[in-house]
Write a protein that binds this ligand. Structure first.
Ligand code: NAD
Length: 489
């Protein structure tokens, strides 16, 4: 299979002719050769987007919305193909791609399709004789760079609000997972998105990604990925002072108090860390247990972790697939040694599975490690895999100190029957999102993003529309008698 860049409404090779194979992480076999965009392809895409911008941004918002609603329908009609492509390329179990990723992707386009003509400016009560109102205008050509962990969903989170607001897009999927984004480009053309409005450029981060962040013709960059790359994006964007939106790493605290419903917390904590092999910025990767219930909790949690069915993502029964690349598999496994060196103890997993049918893939057993202290590396650094660090606490004050004791601040969860405590923690936790008696809920209407080294800006909801628009304030003299400022007679 060969796949090309999508520029100005057409699939085309990179001008350099370069390609990169994309691999199936189940066995590291080649799925497709994909064109890799270079700087000259970014230039072509930006030019196409700039040309498309006047007509797209002036199209009635309801009409843009109608096109996005049609796209949502097309995504649903192509559920099976999209789900299979996503599973093949990323390793998501098919049941998740089909039941979570595709419906959430369609739901996101549908939500912002409905939003397009409902996001409005304001009238401001200024001094008598004047009318002052605001317009929310699209930013222009926006650059979007996304990672490999949820390609379908993350491209929707970025493209849907940008398009609803009237922007044109140059988007770069991760070099190792470009396939579903290219399929979405095809569906976008079918839905009636005009040529040049969306341009998809698979390519290397250090080449195409870096140049998108630098490009003087791009007015805003929205980035999801690691904190280290986020810093590079900020530096690269300084040339033309781009508007920047960053969704970076996390080290989610998932706190279980001694009054929690244990069965619900056990199940929720497993989903929080093992869904998508733990490759989620909001993963509940620090499992914080009240010391009174820690043993009882682990008595249920460890058998559940061990029972998760690892396997080929295309198998309907698989609950956990491989990590998305061999390089990342090695990185995740290296944290077992890092943990041990600081006195950590493996409670479950800690290795690649030995079964023959998984040996060629990027698999890692669901891993549970107890850290010696909450300052240890496995309790501080983002592992981004099926790897949860267990910590204990004795009271609320200590729980809060540990939970807030990282440089990240994305998602956090807590499990308790005590209502005042739940709300107290929701207020005190340093995080962009807090889940009470649940974990990892997302909805296109609910703002998503972080604080600290987890980035800034918000995806989803009205906040996303704010991110993809700029405010213009318009003053009208309706009947003001203005005294001349410079009297001459
Ligand atoms: P990354 O930040 O390197 O890659 C994310 C995206 O940025 C990719 O599309 C990549 O091509 C692009 N990129 C790389 N260098 C760039 C540059 N200089 N300028 C512009 N774009 C560039 O992340 P990764 O290597 O894919 O993963 C490494 C770690 O990042 C993970 O282990 C995890 O900790 C974190 N991560 C976080 C998320 C998240 O959802 N917050 C997603 C993926 C990875």
């Amino acid at each position: 299979m060969r796949r090309q860049l999508f520029i100005n409404g057409e699939f085309t090779d990179a001008l350099s002719g370069e390609t990169l194979p994309t691999l199936n992480p189940h066995d590291n076999s080649v799925i497709a050769e994909v064109a890799m965009a270079g700087r000259e392809d970014v230039d072509r895409a930006v030019a196409a987007a700039q040309k498309a911008f006047p007509a797209w941004s002036r199209m009635p918002a309801a009409e843009r919305g109608r096109i996005l609603l049609k796209l949502a329908d097309l995504i649903e009609q192509n559920t099976e193909e999209l789900a299979r492509l996503e599973s093949l390329d990323t390793g998501h179990p098919l049941r998740d791609s089909r039941n979570l990723d595709v419906p959430r992707t369609a739901g996101c386009y549908r939500y912002f399709g409905g939003m397009a003509d409902k996001f409005q400016g304001e009238t401001i009560p200024v001094e008598a004789g004047f009318l002052n109102y605001t317009l929310r205008e699209p930013v222009g050509v926006v650059g979007q760079v996304v990672p490999w962990n949820f390609p379908l969903m993350f491209t929707a989170w970025k493209m849907a609000p940008a398009l609803a607001a009237g922007n044109c897009i140059v988007i770069k999927p991760a070099e190792i997972t470009p396939l579903s984004t290219l399929k979405i480009a095809e569906l976008m053309a079918q839905a009636g998105i005009p040529a040049g409005v969306v341009n998809v450029l698979p390519g290397l981060g250090s080449v195409a990604g870096q140049y998108i962040a630098e490009h003087p013709g791009i007015a805003k960059i929205a980035f999801t990925g690691s904190t280290a790359t986020g810093r590079r994006v900020v530096a690269a964007s300084a040339g033309n002072l781009k508007k920047v939106q960053l969704e970076l790493g996390g080290k989610g605290a998932n706190i279980v108090f001694d009054d929690a419903n244990l069965a619900a917390a056990v199940n929720g904590a497993a989903f929080a860390i093992f869904h998508n092999q733990g490759q989620a910025c909001i993963a509940g990767s620090r499992l914080m247990l009240h010391e009174k219930i820690a043993d009882a909790f682990l008595d249920q949690f460890l058998p559940l972790a061990r029972s998760i069915r690892l396997g080929n993502p295309m198998d309907e029964a698989t609950e956990m697939g491989p990590l998305t690349s061999a390089q990342h598999q090695q990185r995740v496994l290296s944290y077992v040694e890092i943990g041990r060196e600081q006195g950590g103890e493996v409670l479950s997993g800690g290795c690649a599975p030995t079964a023959e049918e998984l040996a060629r893939g990027c698999y890692v057993e669901p891993t549970v490690m107890r850290a010696k202290t909450w300052r240890d590396r496995i309790a501080q650094e983002e592992v981004f895999g099926p790897f949860v660090t267990v910590l204990t606490f004795k009271d609320e004050a200590e729980a809060l100190e540990i939970a807030n004791g990282t440089e990240y601040g994305l998602g956090s969860g807590l499990w308790t029957a005590n209502l005042p405590r739940a709300h107290r923690f929701a207020r005190e936790l340093r995080a962009g999102m807090v889940w009470i008696n649940s974990y990892k809920r997302v909805n296109p209407g609910s703002p998503f993003g972080g604080v600290g080294l987890s980035g800034y800006g918000r995806e989803m909801g009205f906040d996303a529309m704010r991110e993809y628009t700029q405010v213009k304030s318009v003053w009208v003299n309706v009947d003001a008698q203005i005294q001349p400022h410079y009297r001459r007679s």
